[in-house]
Write a protein that binds this ligand. Structure first.
Ligand SMILES: [Zn+2]
Length: 468
């Protein structure tokens, strides 16, 4: 028996982590390969639960032989992959042949039967979108049951009659913890099953388990845990399953600092689920809502970048404003990664809302960038000094011949425009964020596709600029 299951697991995580997955946009065929590998020794059972609209297999993985039944599913929204990778880590934990945590494993597999559905929406995962291939939000189809994916989940619930259900998601990463400027790492909920938000015995157990989890995970997340909104939504699975006297728990992974691929939140999911299994086996889940009620709800939407006190000049007038910018991730199917497209969301007094990144631009004046007159070929853009020379001339957009480029985005600190589209757009709401910030006509910063670049330190970006 390890001294402290959670902290020992934290230290040993790398031993179990599925090393072939390092990002969020893995495909259904990646999943098949890993599941085949993991189940090849017969230590855990695999079956096919059914097929998606486009005919992709949806798996059911069974671990343990205990009396208490636990059902878990992930990625019913195709672009919410964090828990799927955590499930793979958990499968590795159970098939691991070293002696690590053998006592805890025995306790869990003797007392629980765990059923996992990793990637319930493989068609959505393939395109990295929320919906299934008909455009149905599976988590609003629990009542109508029109999609095969929703039917499958509904049927397995009726068949195995779980005691506990874990509904695993990723939430928008811009939610704040209550009213402050911290970004939420994990959001949890024991969903209501009626308008009155009644707490029956099964919901009380879910709340009690969450209270214990929150207590343990507050320090690990630097108190970035919230409660997810608890309004009753009869079309969603959490609320529907909770109405069948199943202790139901929603887990939403948000964001952790600069970890774009959410690998730390994947680890937290791994820890949180194994700790939950162990606590279900070893602790009495008597009424305890203290910690659950103590954490705030998800608060406000934050912006990706807020520039404070920027001076905008129009004719003879000048205006001191804050500028809020968001960056949207766009799926790049060729190598299953993403690039960003920025957007100016708000201009004016934004003192009541925070940015995930903020800069005080007091004393800086906004000025619009320029576009090159001539096309520049790919080789000329290959090094930073060429880019620096263009930026010095206040050029933020370069015309290129798109046919020379194999990819749709670049790591250059420069926007590339193809031959067809030379409309760069003014600095205004809903346009992309590209402009220059000057102090007494000396360039201090460039804002390139929503990223702030120090004029004294031009570097390549990660998936930043794009060919539009
Ligand atoms: Zn979701």
């Amino acid at each position: 028996m390890s001294q402290n299951f959670l902290s020992d697991l934290y230290d040993e995580y790398q031993h179990f982590s599925e090393s072939s997955i390092k990002s969020r946009r893995f495909s259904h065929s990646d999943l098949i390969n890993i599941i085949n590998k993991i189940t090849s020794e017969g230590k855990i059972e695999k079956s096919i639960l059914g097929y998606s609209v486009e005919g992709r297999e949806i798996f059911l993985i069974k671990i343990g032989t205990g009396k208490t039944i636990v059902l878990l599913w992930s990625q019913m929204h195709g672009d919410e992959a964090t828990a799927t990778s955590a499930f793979l880590d958990i499968f590795n934990f159970f098939i691991d042949s070293s002696n690590k945590f053998s006592d805890e494993k025995k306790v869990i597999t003797k007392n629980l039967t765990l059923y996992f559905i990793p990637m319930l929406n493989p068609d959505g995962a393939e395109k990295f979108v929320r919906f299934n291939s008909v455009g149905i939000d599976i988590n609003r189809d629990a009542r109508a049951l029109q999609s095969p994916e929703a039917k499958m989940l509904s049927n397995i619930v009726d068949e195995i009659k779980p005691d506990f259900a874990f509904n695993m998601h990723d939430q928008d990463y811009r939610w704040s913890v209550g009213g402050n400027d911290k970004v939420v790492a994990l959001s949890v909920l024991a969903p209501a099953f009626d308008e009155a938000k009644t707490i029956n015995e099964s919901r009380s157990k879910a709340i009690s388990l969450l209270s214990k989890l929150i207590k343990k995970f507050k320090p690990l997340t630097e108190e970035r845990i919230t409660r997810y909104g608890d309004d009753f939504e009869p079309r969603s699975f959490g609320d529907t399953i909770a109405s069948k006297e199943v202790s139901t728990i929603l887990i939403e992974a948000g964001r952790w600092k600069s970890d774009r691929e959410k690998q730390f939140l994947r680890k937290l999911n791994f820890l949180l689920l194994l700790e939950s299994f162990y606590m279900i086996c070893t602790e009495k889940l008597e009424k305890d809502d203290s910690e659950y009620l103590s954490v705030p709800f998800n608060g406000k939407f934050l912006y990706d970048l807020v520039l404070r006190n920027v001076l905008i000049k129009k004719e003879e007038n000048s205006f001191k404003v804050d500028i809020a910018i968001n960056r949207e991730e766009k799926f790049f199917s060729k190598d299953r990664t993403f690039y960003y497209i920025s957007n100016i969301e708000a201009i004016g007094d934004l003192s009541t809302i925070y940015g995930i990144e903020e800069y005080d631009c007091d004393g800086l004046t906004l000025s619009e960038g320029k576009i090159t007159e001539e096309e520049i070929n790919q080789l000329d853009l290959g090094n930073v000094s060429v880019i620096e020379q263009l930026l010095e001339k206040e050029i933020l957009f370069v015309k290129i011949d798109e046919s020379e480029y194999e990819i749709k985005f670049t790591k250059l600190t420069m926007n590339l425009l193809n031959n067809k589209n030379h409309n760069i757009g003014a600095v205004e709401i809903s346009n992309s964020a590209n402009f220059i910030l000057k102090e007494n006509s000396v360039i201090k910063y460039f804002v390139l596709n929503g990223f702030l670049v120090n004029a004294d330190k031009i570097e390549m970006f990660e998936g930043n600029c794009l060919i539009v």
